[in-house]
Design a protein around this ligand. Structure first.
Ligand code: SDX
Length: 429
């Protein structure tokens, strides 16, 4: 006998099916609600609403658990590579040796962007935000890869997946080079994924540049930790756009734009700005914690709090443990890290944060590591997008493969004026 929920309304009582996930999460299926009762549900910010069923990522916010296709993030962080994790998320299983080699080689062969795309960068202002450049250039990819309807859809998705994974690091690195007036450095396909990105970011034609293997390992870890996170704002946006059957480049562009916001992926940039402001002010950490608690101040502790995690974000835990080691290996000591640790300690003892279960999230420590890697602060969210790309693609693909999938079109409760007259101009106030 399948589980049901009973809903008592003014003039009727109905039963609604209950859906149970593989980790025993429960949902009331309200897909028949409006048809049976005329009622809809309302849930500001979708805090209690599941938009879909998905087999990609599992999060238990209370326990601080994060798994990609069932594998704990701690294990992947320790043992996997970013491209292997991307394959796992997108194809649903760990690749065997031959599959990983083939996937890696396919990505390697698509790292260059069309020479005409380079000219777009000439048009951007020197101080253009790299997220704006990323969104613009990724969106333009659909103009270079159109008229492909002849290919079967699965082949188009597969090829565009490879193109995006391969080209996003190049597009991102070119945005950085543009911002510092350096010549673009072409990808070197003899290099690994992370090594190639760091080469494009930091080498110049003027002298030999040796990519530091510690930086490669650090980047590999950061990209794995950011690779997916179930129905976060940007991934839900990608699914929303994919549901209209727009092309993959359009869906990923929408994800990039959603990620940019300071409440979401933009928080890592804001964390560093907050720590720099704290250091420059010389004020106490306590002052900032008190400001964050003061409803009259707009100030929030960036890098704290999470819609789902009401325990430590497991990614923050991994990064916090790695931070000291990585800074030591990168031969960097950063006073911002000391401030961050003091801030974390103060907040985690404060009843306001304890009652609201506000813990450091993935953005709290990632910015400090990116800074140690000489990634410019304004490119921190670009780094988040590089990591999140396979997750976005996996969700767009999962949506497309869903039998009987429907366009996402939420309902609303109207609160505007009732039936009104059109007032002629000479009668208006
Ligand atoms: C990411 O969804 C994902 O999975 C996202 C992400 C991913 O991998 O995709 O994990 C990545 O986006 C991490 C979050 C990065 N954002 C920040 O660090 C920005 C600061 N955090 C807040 O903006 C906030 O915590 C959110 C946006 C992350 C979550 O907001 P919610 O779930 O809507 O919670 P809320 O704003 O309703 O806060 C609940 C209470 C409120 O106080 P009360 O009204 O109950 O008195 O907690 C307070 C908030 O004022 N609060 C904070 C706070 N975050 C929440 N107070 C001070 N500082 C904060 N950072």
């Amino acid at each position: 006998m399948s589980e049901t929920a009973e809903l008592k309304l003014e003039n009727q009582t109905i039963e609604l099916p209950v859906i149970t996930g593989t980790e025993n999460e429960k949902a009331i299926d309200v897909s028949s609600l409006r048809g049976k009762t005329g009622y809809i549900t309302l849930d500001n910010g979708y805090m209690n609403t599941g938009a879909c069923q998905s087999a990609i990522t599992f999060i238990d916010g209370e326990q601080g658990i994060l798994r990609y296709r069932g594998i704990p993030i701690e294990v992947l962080a320790e043992r996997s590579s970013f491209l292997e994790t991307a394959y796992l998320l997108i194809d649903g299983k760990l690749p065997n040796k031959g599959e990983l080699e083939n996937f890696t080689n396919r990505v390697r062969r698509h790292t260059m962007i069309h020479e005409d795309i380079k000219r777009f960068y000439d048009g951007f202002p020197k101080d253009a935000h790299p997220m704006a450049i990323l969104a613009s250039v990724v969106s333009s990819l659909s103009t270079f890869y159109q008229h492909e309807e002849a290919r079967p859809e699965t082949e188009q998705i597969s090829l565009n997946t490879i193109r995006l994974l391969a080209k996003l690091p190049t597009i991102a690195a070119f945005a950085y080079k543009k911002s510092i007036g350096h010549p673009f450095m072409y990808p070197q396909n003899s290099m690994s994924y992370c090594e190639n990105f760091l080469h494009m970011m930091f080498s110049t034609p003027a002298e030999h540049y040796e990519v530091d293997p510690v930086m490669v390992d650090t980047l590999n870890l950061l990209l794995i930790l950011h690779a997916d996170h179930e129905q976060n704002c940007s991934t839900s946006t990608v699914r929303m756009v994919a549901s209209s059957k727009a092309n993959l480049f359009a869906a990923i562009t929408a994800g990039i734009c959603a990620l940019w916001g300071p409440r979401h992926g933009g928080a890592n940039e804001e964390v560093i700005d907050m720590l720099l402001q704290m250091r420059a002010s010389g004020d106490s950490v306590k002052k900032y914690v008190d400001m964050a608690k003061d409803k009259n101040s707009k100030f929030k502790l960036m890098g704290f709090g999470h819609r789902v995690y009401k325990n430590f974000d497991p990614r923050a835990k991994i990064l916090k443990a790695q931070c000291d080691k990585l800074l030591d290996k990168l031969k960097v000591s950063d006073p911002l890290l000391d401030i961050a640790k003091e801030l974390e300690e103060a907040a985690l003892k404060d009843p306001y944060f304890i009652e609201r279960k506000l813990y450091p999230n993935v953005d709290f420590y990632s910015g400090i590591i990116y800074k140690a890697m000489n990634i410019p602060t304004r490119a921190f969210t670009v780094m988040f997008a590089l990591g999140r790309l396979p997750g976005w693609i996996a969700h767009a693909k999962e949506y497309g493969e869903e039998v009987g999938n429907k366009i996402n079109r939420p309902r609303q409760i109207y609160t505007g004026p009732n039936l009104s007259e059109y007032i002629p101009m000479d009668k208006r106030g």
